[in-house]
Design a protein around this ligand. Structure first.
Ligand SMILES: [Zn+2]
Length: 330
């Protein structure tokens, strides 16, 4: 029997832990809501609880655990294993020495820590939509928007792990102010939160004055109404799609990738959304670059984060430690 890796995916709403085999198959899985309101210690306790549970499960299965890989929301320094920056969905998470804490808890195992979308990209690279590509970009469209860059088969992280924040590409010079300081960021239009805001604005401008009803209208309703042919939803989605197309055209011109892999909850809208985004991106991209780049759906789905977190164990953190400033992870 092959040995197993423990993957942990730390997000703003849930913390998943799993035992994953070298083929990327989940053998055991556990998920809990993130106790975000209770702060750092409670989040750490949930993470360590998940790891403890997976170690016990592996023992029951009589399988060896090869190491622990963590993917966390926020900007993560993969060399130090420290959270460099995190938004309010994980309060007090910034500065948390994730790897140090886990090492104190179970120091006998090697530990890798990275950003959650980098983990998704690793999963897609080894088991999913990125398998045929050396150069590709992952876009995760969820509550917020995250990104990851794979160049020559390796993750590009930047100086401290902040690379690939495509949610903060500006797609409208005079758009609303974003929490990052910029104006008109992609995230304000094409994340779940952004789409909800746009949809409510459109409805309000069209004379829908029932504030209680408006307050309940979300991006899920928007996507449902759009696919049902609703004209107002189509007007909102036109802006969402143009925002995505503009950002993707920029990404294609910067990276000349072979593929853009789009995942996350918003992307569950499937081929109708993807086809519209493809058309918008293509109309803004120079011919040669456009022809070289496929725009594809992610293949792995909602478990990509935890599978990718574990994939760090099999790939030595996506290869980033080889000769890098961080040296070996322990
Ligand atoms: Zn921004």
């Amino acid at each position: 029997m092959s040995s197993l890796a423990i993957g942990v995916d730390i997000g703003g709403t849930g913390i998943r832990s799993a035992l994953v085999d070298p083929e990327g198959v989940i053998v055991k899985h556990h998920a809990e809501p993130t106790p975000a309101r209770l702060g750092r210690e409670a989040i750490v306790d949930t993470v360590l609880g998940g790891i403890h549970r997976m170690i016990a499960e592996a023992r029951l299965l009589e399988r060896e655990v090869q190491g622990i890989g963590v993917g966390s929301a926020g900007q993560i320094n993969a060399s130090s294993g420290i959270v460099e920056f995190a938004v309010d969905t994980l309060p007090d998470w910034q500065g948390t020495p994730i790897r140090g804490i886990i090492r104190d808890y179970c120091g006998h195992l090697p530990i890798w820590v990275d950003n959650d979308v980098n983990a998704i990209a690793l999963a897609e690279q080894h088991y999913g939509a990125g398998r045929d590509y050396q150069h590709f970009i992952c876009l995760a469209l969820g509550t917020g928007i995250g990104g990851a860059i794979v160049e020559s088969g390796r993750l590009v992280r930047g100086s401290f792990g902040g690379a690939g924040e495509f949610g903060h590409l500006s797609v409208q010079l005079d758009g609303p102010r974003c929490s990052c300081g910029n104006y008109g960021c992609l995230e304000l239009y094409a994340s779940g939160t952004g789409m909800t805001r746009l949809a409510r604005e459109t409805l309000q401008a069209a004379g829908h004055a029932d504030h209680d009803e408006l307050a309940l209208y979300t991006s899920h309703d928007l996507l449902r109404d759009w696919q049902a042919g609703d004209a107002l939803a189509a007007r909102t989605m036109c802006r969402v799609v143009q925002a995505l197309g503009t950002a993707i055209a920029g990404i294609i011109h910067i990276f000349n990738p072979q593929a853009i892999v789009i995942g996350g909850g918003v992307a569950d809208a499937g081929e109708p959304l993807l086809a519209a985004v493809r058309e918008a991106a293509h109309s803004r991209t120079s011919a040669k670059m456009r022809e070289a780049c496929a725009i594809l759906p992610a293949a792995i789905g909602s478990q990509a984060g935890v599978i990718g977190a574990a994939t760090q164990v099999w790939t030595d953190g996506g290869g980033s430690f080889e000769g890098g400033p961080g040296g070996m992870p322990l």
